[in-house]
Design a protein around this ligand. Structure first.
Ligand SMILES: [Zn+2]
Length: 165
């Protein structure tokens, strides 16, 4: 994806108030992120460990950002689970992330959930640039390009469910 500035990211949030978008933690090392290898930019909030954020390009060329809350991993949870975005399987490295819907639906308490890599680094797992451990990758015959397209599609479908107003 194309590099984004802090200002562009804060302006892109669809499911939190303007005040929240102004205050939330945006990574300080945006210039050093591997943008060319990212299908979306995702990060966890160092100030609030149950919060995460993802930003992705949208079809109209403007970015969309989604605020997420993660469920705390259950104690002793070492089951392998699969990220629904990049289909990487981790032991304990996938969390249920819940996003309030955009607009009125969100104000009424509606939300969308998905199992996502807990470090929100799907793009790097897909490209083999971050290792999720032994047996993390399915034996698949599809190409890297197809895996990337699938991840992009899954992220777009999730963002569309949250709402892109
Ligand atoms: Zn993932």
């Amino acid at each position: 994806m194309e590099p984004l500035t802090e200002q562009e990211i804060r302006a892109a949030f669809v499911n939190c108030t303007k005040g929240e978008a102004r205050r939330l933690s945006v990574p300080r090392d945006l210039a050093d992120r591997p943008w060319g290898d990212l299908d979306y930019l995702g990060w966890r909030d160092p100030q609030a460990p149950d919060r995460g954020y993802l930003v992705t390009e949208w079809t109209d060329g403007r970015p969309r950002a989604v605020a997420l809350r993660s469920s705390a991993p259950a104690v002793g949870q070492a089951r392998r689970s699969m990220c629904s975005m990049c289909l990487t399987t981790h032991s304990g490295g996938v969390l249920l992330m819940v996003a309030p819907k955009a607009g009125r639906a969100g104000q009424q308490g509606n939300s969308v959930g998905a199992y996502i890599c807990s470090d929100l680094a799907c793009s790097l797992y897909v490209r083999g640039k971050r290792d999720a451990g032994i047996g993390a990758r399915l034996q698949e015959t599809i190409t890297l390009e197809e895996k990337i397209r699938r991840t992009v599609r899954n992220v777009a479908a999730f963002v569309a469910k949250v709402g892109t107003a």
